[in-house]
Write a protein that binds this ligand. Sequence first.
Ligand code: NBG
Length: 798
Amino acid sequence: MARDDMPQSDFRDAILWHLAYTLGKDPDHAQVFDWRLALSHAVRDRIVDRWMAATRATYRADAKRVYYLSMEFLIGRLLQDNIVNLQLADEAQAAVESFGLDYAGLLLDEPDAALGNGGLGRLAACFMESLATLGCPAYGYGIRYEHGLFRQSFAEGRQVEAPEDWLEQPFVWQFERPEARFTLGFGGQVATRDGRAVWEPESFVQAEAFDTPVIGWRGAWANTLRLWAGRAVDPFDLDRFNAGDFAAAAEAEALARTISRVLYPEDSTEKGKRLRLTQEYFFSAASIRDILRRFEADHADLRLLPQKVAIQLNDTHPAIAGPELVRILHDERGLPFDEAVGITRGCVNYTNHTLLPEALESWGEGLFADLLPRHLQIIDRIDEADAKAHPDRRNTARGDGKVRMGELSFILSNRVNGVSALHTGLMKTTVFADQHRIWPDRIVNQTNGVTPRRWLLGCNPRLSRLIAQTIGDGWVGDLEQLHALEPHVADAGWLDAFAAVKAANKADLCDWIAREHGVALNPQALFDVQIKRIHEYKRQHLNILEAIALWQEMRENPSADWTARVKIFGGKAAPGYFFAKDIIRLINDVAAVINADAATNEKLQILYLPNYNVTLAERLIPAADLSEQISTAGKEASGTGNMKFALNGAPTIGTLDGANVEIRELVGAENFFLFGLTAEEAEARRAVPDHAARAVAADPRLTRAVEAIRSGTFSPGEPDRYANIVENLTRADYFLVASDFADYWRAQREVDFAYANRTEWTRMAALNVARSGWFSSDRTIRGYMQDIWNAQSLLGQE
Ligand code: NBG
């Protein structure tokens, strides 16, 4: 083949062509890496035409565009996702195998792009995919971190963090746009000229765009994920270099790059760091300029902006986008201040993702004034006007020397939404009660969802095949069609096939764990999985306490008919979150002792898999029997892992928290293992003096489990190792682990009993699948399009 013979249709030829002409590799010497890149290029080619057609269609229709501003996009690997959405899987596999290569191995060679911490970032990635599937013209805006979330390993059970380096390899899916740069200012002062405020920044950096196309299901539409990288305005100082100061010559570039160097590894807690605020302004301001540039290319009247632009703030991290838009409209374009605020409010909407007080962002006004002096003035003016209009308001965006981003976002937004029914309700009665009284229509609910392309079709091919054989393949684009599985649940043959799928997925997982981690698991056991960030409110320590109590009971009563269990954990702790790191170590210590106990280890095994990420989730979820969603009620805004498990046939053991509530309503109370205090009861319990000590004393199992930790059963020679955890469990226990323990134990024994009747269990698992269709992110995005953005699909117009 020659270069001019760029193949249009034959996929195999396309791969060979890219291997030679894009990568410069001879097939005889190509490694898995080269073949993977060649395959990716061949796939990418098939995306580009559709991508451009979608962009052209949007311009032609002068359609409203949705802009999703998010500090995090936890996209994971893209090759398989793109292949699945282009429906190229069979062709790609055949081509790869014809070269004598292992297809699955090739897909796994791609680094996992971990540009996010957890649920918030993964939600943004699912949303991008659903926006494309629904043909809604949209851009995702974020930061192109050079280092994503840290890589986790364990040393003597303790979490060790290492930098992540996904960009050390070429990232095939991105297009660098050196021509699309914006210069952004920081610091300095505000001057007044001709009666108008003029911001005179002290320093400048550039934001350079990198675009990744996001293709929807069946390739019908594609949108853009635009990530910004920090660049110096003058990257190199030749005078300093010539004077022999080589390092200083490149200092400006190094400083500018720092902005997009690392993802903050904080989940739910914010560090009041200057760099963090710099990152937030950097990507928000670059995005606002890009949005205005695109709008002004075709429209002269800025008052039309709300008709053409919907901006979604994914939590408050991009909240500064609001004041930035006001600043440009007023200071730079000359619109009256109130009009600038009105236009901004017409465009901007805000999603709240947590009620944890420590996670609601606020900045000291000193730092703010130093970095963004003009924005502080604008915020003050907006907040003062708001105070005047609502003299009885209590919550303010300014005060106590702080800038409060949640309150600010609320004032500057057209719609504010929560992410599950319970969470939205609590927003109205707690953190935003004051605002809700003033603007009763502003808060709306949009319960989270997950994309079925990645979280069922892609990660669980066996189950997908069974579903397709049973009800056809319409469900991939219309997940509620899964309801059509319900009648088959009564069919013993079909249930057997369903059970065989789960068994095969479990066998695959066992093989992988044996290979990668040298641990042999009992595939007959119930696979009980808790995977998510480590946080006190998510209560991994409740889970491990139950494991300890179970082990103790098994030892005491070895001949009882115990249901065999494998407890699998996965998740990272923020590096500065010491309590969470103690929990990790405790789980590993407990695992070491219990797994070594020959008296019980056929019935109980505990495994903590390191470096939990999207790829690991895709492996574990299809093989799980039981989904652990055990947060303290009122604390988990929604959860999305909970939806993925249900959709893949793992019933939930959980509290009435976040979207668990809706999952239980939809799959049926009899197919969900409920336990624990409700959000209201939890509040009341906290007020009871000594609630923790009393709960521990009242439950002999819990007393004994806590005692084992306290006495050093799992930390021989160092009984104090978990003094903090023991102290917390028996005293403050804000997250009510002790109070919920007894009921959790009860629910777990119900699980054991239910699992022992395998036919009934399979029925329950299958009903979870059949009734989880509502949790598609397509449904969620339709809700945003209708209730928040007023945006239309352009499918069919591309
Ligand atoms: C998280 C919540 C989850 C929720 C995701 C996505 C933050 C701040 N919030 O419950 O804890 O599912 O957001 O909405 O990360």
